[in-house]
Design a protein around this ligand. Structure first.
Ligand SMILES: [Zn+2]
Ligand SMILES: [Zn+2]
Ligand SMILES: [Zn+2]
Length: 270
């Protein structure tokens, strides 16, 4: 089936001054029957299923030869090992690599091939191999990053995807919360969540937060550790700031300096 290639390979081996082994050809034949991407483990398992007694070290030793001969190429590395693909009779194609889960998708499009061929002719360049990779986040991983505000952990910066039109949400809108706005979760307490939007901080109860779809954008460090009693307890609002004397921020005359004062202001607005 791959007679021509095997003949060519024998010639390649001879020119390199290496000894002929049937083992190498068996590995190559197996590789030529693989359509997608593969790694050494996969190749080893395929050979084993066919009762071919070929060791993993033999496979590892053969691969550089196949690469040199131009039969295969390394397409990407994942979990500390390489993945390869057969280059013979394969049209130039693009790889979409997901940075989250490592999934690789092949983009095969005649349009792409045509463009490459045109450029090849324009530049008077003789193309031998192709290596086209684009990195990003796949659809599944993007969906996994979409959640509701009540589920978001402290320190996450999220984008508000939508705001339901209920009364409480209208209050939030009045306080500066908008669709498309980025907010940072400063603290998560039992029934409430403290978020920062620009220079404002808002306490939102989780029931309301569960109606707000968000997308996690990044993680940031939260330097202050605001106590939940302070965020939750209305009674606490009647007492002097518990952080006074303990917290440098409270020494600042600016009202924003004391996280408690700041909270009171916002809580009273709600
Ligand atoms: Zn690569
Ligand atoms: Zn992914
Ligand atoms: Zn590929």
């Amino acid at each position: 089936m791959h007679e021509e290639i095997l003949k060519n390979f024998r010639e390649f081996i001879r020119k390199k001054g290496l000894k002929y082994t049937s083992e190498r050809e068996e590995i190559l034949e197996e590789i030529l029957s693989i359509h997608g991407h593969f790694d050494v483990e996969e190749l080893y398992q395929r050979l084993r299923q066919k009762n071919k007694k070929i060791s993993k070290p033999s496979i590892y030793r053969s691969i550089p030869l196949f690469i040199e001969a131009g039969y295969i190429q390394e397409v990407y590395r994942q979990d500390g090992h390489s993945h390869y693909e057969v280059m013979i009779n394969k049209a130039p194609h693009l790889h979409f690599l997901c940075l989250r889960c490592g999934k690789v998708e092949e983009i095969i499009d005649p349009e792409l091939e045509r463009l490459i061929r045109t450029k090849e002719a324009e530049k008077g360049f003789k193309l031998l191999t192709h290596h086209l990779e684009s990195f990003g986040i796949c659809e599944t991983c993007q969906k996994a990053e979409t959640t509701t505000l009540d589920m978001v952990e402290k320190g996450k910066v999220v984008e508000v995807l939508d705001l339901p039109t209920d009364v409480m949400c209208k209050k939030l809108i009045a306080m500066g919360l908008r669709k498309g706005e980025l907010l940072k979760v400063l603290q998560v307490c039992g029934r409430t969540i403290l978020v920062e939007i620009g220079n404002s901080r808002i306490v939102i109860n989780k029931e309301l937060a569960s109606k707000i779809p968000v997308k996690i954008v990044r993680t940031e460090k939260v330097t202050e550790d605001l106590p939940c009693e302070l965020i939750n307890g209305e009674e606490a609002l009647q007492e002097p700031c518990p952080l006074k004397d303990k917290d440098d921020a409270c020494q600042i005359k600016d009202e924003k300096g004391c996280p408690r004062n700041f909270l009171i202001k916002l809580l009273s607005k709600l």
